[in-house]
Design a protein around this ligand. Structure first.
Ligand code: DX5
Ligand code: ZN
Length: 239
């Protein structure tokens, strides 16, 4: 994988424009048929693919690494949104960038020096996201907000798909919405389904990670379209 493949104009989006996007999470896909599963959601209109990386340290689970992402890269034009649930994002940023990530999100809980992490990710030509766990306050990221492309609010404890949505985090979503620019994305991750996506959209999230409710559905394309439509309706009703 060459540097040229990153931030490629070939991608379906650069995530800069403000619109509602459902980002299917690969974690819930059928790992025996990843290429086909990715193609299904891309054909259904998904612009962003969420890639959950877990190290068995920051979270009590292990998922996949840069090797798998590199294999998927030539198969898709979707924007690769890599969510690093790992203790050492600075150490691994280059590998995930080279694998073809378009954005790398790190957790604020793992570092005392977020600027160093941001600089390392940018050095490898990727967009930068910062994530906060359900009980982490937005004060922890206030100072770096102008420097990131995306804020990811966890609406479950990171580590596993299929958990229930924690509605308390919507307060943080509302507060962050007020603080972010139009070219910065506000993403929510965990327990997103046709009901919770309405609450999340009304609170101001614009990017919705959905694992189980897309790939766990017998018809992932229909599930993706339904979620997208539901979020759009929630916004137009709220206006
Ligand atoms: C949880 C991950 C999520 C997960 C979401 O640690 O960060 O992205 O895949 O899965 P669902 O949509 O099933 O809650
Ligand atoms: Zn995630």
């Amino acid at each position: 994988m060459t540097d040229k493949s990153r931030n490629d104009s070939n991608r379906l989006t650069d995530l800069k424009t403000k619109q509602l996007r459902v980002a299917p999470s690969l974690l819930a896909a059928d790992f025996c048929h990843l290429k086909e599963q990715v193609a299904i959601v891309e054909r259904a209109g998904a612009e962003v693919l969420h890639l959950d990386v877990m190290d068995g340290h920051f979270v009590p689970n292990i998922s996949f690494g840069p090797g798998l992402i590199a294999h998927l890269r030539p198969e898709s034009k979707m924007f690769f949104d890599t969510h690093l649930m790992i203790d050492e994002p600075t150490r691994y940023a280059e590998a995930f960038a080279k694998a073809g990530s378009d954005l790398i999100t790190f957790h604020i809980e793992v570092t005392k020096n977020p600027i160093e992490v941001i600089d390392e990710i940018r050095k490898h030509n990727c967009c930068v996201g910062v994530s906060i766990n359900p009980t982490t306050g937005i004060d922890t990221i206030e100072a770096i907000l102008p420097k990131v492309d995306l804020v990811l609010v966890m609406s479950v404890w990171p580590g596993f798909g299929g958990q229930s949505f924690i509605a308390d985090v919507l307060t943080k979503v509302r507060q962050l919405r007020e603080r972010l620019r139009d070219d910065q994305r506000l993403e929510i991750d965990g327990g997103i389904d046709p009901e919770t996506i309405i609450q999340a959209a009304a609170a101001g999230a614009d990017t919705f990670v959905a694992g189980t409710s897309v790939f766990g559905d017998p018809a992932p394309a229909d599930a993706f379209e339904r979620l997208t439509r539901t979020a759009q309706t929630a916004i137009s009703t709220a206006k």
